[in-house]
Design a protein. Structure first.
Length: 273
């Protein structure tokens, strides 16, 4: 299929050199779309977007226009223009809510937020938006490859959000605010979505640590019992064991995990196993 070249024009602008814009010129839809696709393959994202927008503008009711919107989503995403990618995905969903390709649009909305997740020391708005979007994909399209990838990313986002709770908890703990720290650590171990993250053993240890500092030994023992039951071989359990025994049984802290579990079970009045 032949591809006709479109004329290019420069918009006048003082200072910085303006980006070339497509001048309006009617062309066959196949020519517009294929040229956009070629630009996409060449990683000329902005040029590709221009051509796909022309497809949508000149042939709004064609099958090509539907495809062109999805191509814009992808090109915007590759160009790190995440807000624009989300806007294009929303437009596709609004126009074609029942189309099978709507699954891709929902997925890309979630991924655009996922890509912008920042470190735990900063606001986690993008992480929360990504989590909501990924769960939506999993719910709407459970048997698709998008849902499979969404589940992996959901675990990653939950680990990120649990890490945020831990970072805030440590901050409170360092600044002698034990109640605030306790609440953050409890949020990690009481949230089913966070219980499978890498932060759970530390959260349990921190509860042992804080409760011992507050003189709440029984509560510390209960937390240590949970830690020993679920993470018997972890360094966090070894540290909790040493903390509870106050070094008096340092040699026993090197016992095998099962022995340590039995010891902590004897200390825990609520453990009947």
């Amino acid at each position: 299929m032949g591809v006709a070249a479109l004329a290019l024009t420069l918009s006048a602008c003082s200072g910085t050199k303006p980006r070339q814009k497509l001048a309006y010129e009617e062309r066959p839809v196949e020519a517009l779309y294929n040229t956009g696709y070629q630009r996409l393959q060449s990683k000329r994202w902005n040029d590709a977007i221009d051509y796909f927008q022309e497809v949508e503008r000149q042939h709004p009711y064609s099958e090509w226009a539907r495809r062109a919107i999805l191509m814009q989503v992808y090109a915007y995403y590759q160009n790190s223009s995440y807000n624009e990618a989300i806007a294009a995905a929303d437009r596709f969903i609004a126009l074609f809510p029942g189309n099978p390709s709507a699954s891709y649009a929902f997925y890309m909305k979630a991924v655009c937020n996922f890509e912008r997740i920042v470190d735990v020391g900063r606001d986690q708005g993008y992480a929360e938006a990504a989590l909501a979007g990924l769960r939506d994909v999993e719910r709407r399209y459970p048997n698709t490859a998008f849902a499979t990838d969404a589940r992996v990313k959901i675990d990653m986002v939950n680990d990120q959000l649990a890490g945020k709770e831990m970072a805030v908890g440590r901050f409170y703990q360092r600044n002698s605010q034990p109640i605030g720290a306790l609440n953050r650590y409890k949020a990690v171990i009481e949230n089913p979505a966070f219980q499978r993250t890498s932060h759970t053993p530390e959260a349990l240890y921190r509860l042992v640590e804080l409760n011992m500092q507050l003189g709440l030994r029984d509560e510390a023992v209960r937390n240590a019992a949970v830690l020993g039951h679920n993470f018997p071989g972890s360094q966090w359990y070894t540290d909790a064991f040493a903390l509870l025994t106050d070094g008096a049984q340092g040699a026993e802290s090197m016992q095998a995990p099962e022995a340590k579990k039995s010891w902590i079970s004897r200390l825990n009045p609520f453990d009947r196993d």
